[in-house]
Design a protein around this ligand. Structure first.
Ligand code: NDP
Length: 253
């Protein structure tokens, strides 16, 4: 699908080093958007930026750790210095670290909350003024938060991950009440099984195997499938807010 309306947009995509973020950055840039790529792995961001530029697009690699406010502050300055204000923010970075609650993995809980929730909030804090200014000027402005089907369906041993994603969906609902009147659209997208690197950080062999079994039994969506939904969402007429999308592989019913 062609997304020509993207040509005037300036975007930030977090978690652009792999998976859904990488595919989204590539698709937004192919539509003509200038795209700032945020994540921790500089080599991956540099390679993606080079690929986008080689294809005639515009991209800026910005190494960022969303769990570190100084790193986020530096990234925001880099984005603003290079591109000025942005009008499209995709809050996508996240980690999924399942384990039984009884194991008490405070290390994993902290990492998930810091990345999936506080990281999202740091980005909202950094770019809300840009988005409301765009809305006030009559331009299209979007905040897209990547939540998960785990926000409202319970998966055993994924309690804290699910809790962070429920928070992202509810945060999106609440932000809509503040930003909608300023003509900023807020969308929460909740994917189901999607083939990315997300499962590679699971350190519990049984849970890795269990998830591997699900991927074997259910043909997953691709990162490009979700990127396509994001690009579709942000290219509707500016008075149309696709506010809550749940996208599952057909066999994940
Ligand atoms: P990936 O692991 O491929 O992508 C996650 C991205 O987040 C990476 O680019 C990673 O880059 C980045 N990231 C992680 N931690 C940080 C951090 N501290 N600071 C900055 N960037 C960070 O998985 P997905 O593409 O699947 O995940 C994208 C989003 O989609 C996540 O929020 C996930 O919860 C959600 N989701 C995924 C589903 C799936 O089945 N795959 C289903 C439902 C939701 P780096 O390591 O370089 O920092």
């Amino acid at each position: 699908m062609s997304y020509a309306a993207l040509a005037t947009r300036t975007a930030v995509v977090t978690g652009a080093a792999s998976g859904i973020g990488e595919a989204t950055a590539r698709l937004l840039a192919a539509g003509g958007a200038r795209v700032a790529l945020l994540a921790r792995r500089t080599d991956r961001l540099d390679a993606l930026a080079a690929e986008i530029v080689a294809a005639g697009g515009q991209a800026l690699a910005v190494t960022t750790d969303l769990t570190d406010q100084a790193s986020v502050d530096a990234a925001v300055k880099t984005v603003h210095d290079a591109y000025g204000a942005v009008d499209l923010v995709v809050n996508n970075a996240g980690v999924m670290l399942p384990n039984p609650l009884a194991d008490g993995r405070l290390d994993e809980w902290t990492r998930m909350i810091d990345t999936n929730l506080t990281g999202v909030l740091r980005i909202v804090r950094a770019f809300t003024a840009d988005l409301t200014a765009a809305g006030d000027e009559g331009r299209t402005a979007d905040l897209v938060n990547i939540s998960s089907i785990a926000s409202h369906i319970v998966f055993p041993d994924y309690a804290v991950y699910g809790a962070t994603k429920a928070a992202v969906t509810q945060l999106s609902n609440a932000l809509r009440t503040e930003l909608g009147p300023r003509d900023v659209r807020v969308s929460a997208i909740e994917p189901g099984l999607t083939a990315t690197e997300l499962d590679t950080h699971i350190d519990n062999p049984a849970l890795r195997e269990q998830l591997g079994g699900m991927f074997a039994a259910i043909p997953p969506m691709s990162a490009e499938d979700i990127a396509d939904l994001i690009a579709y969402t942000v290219t509707r007429p500016r008075h149309v807010n696709l506010r809550h999308l749940v996208a599952l592989p057909t066999r994940q019913a």
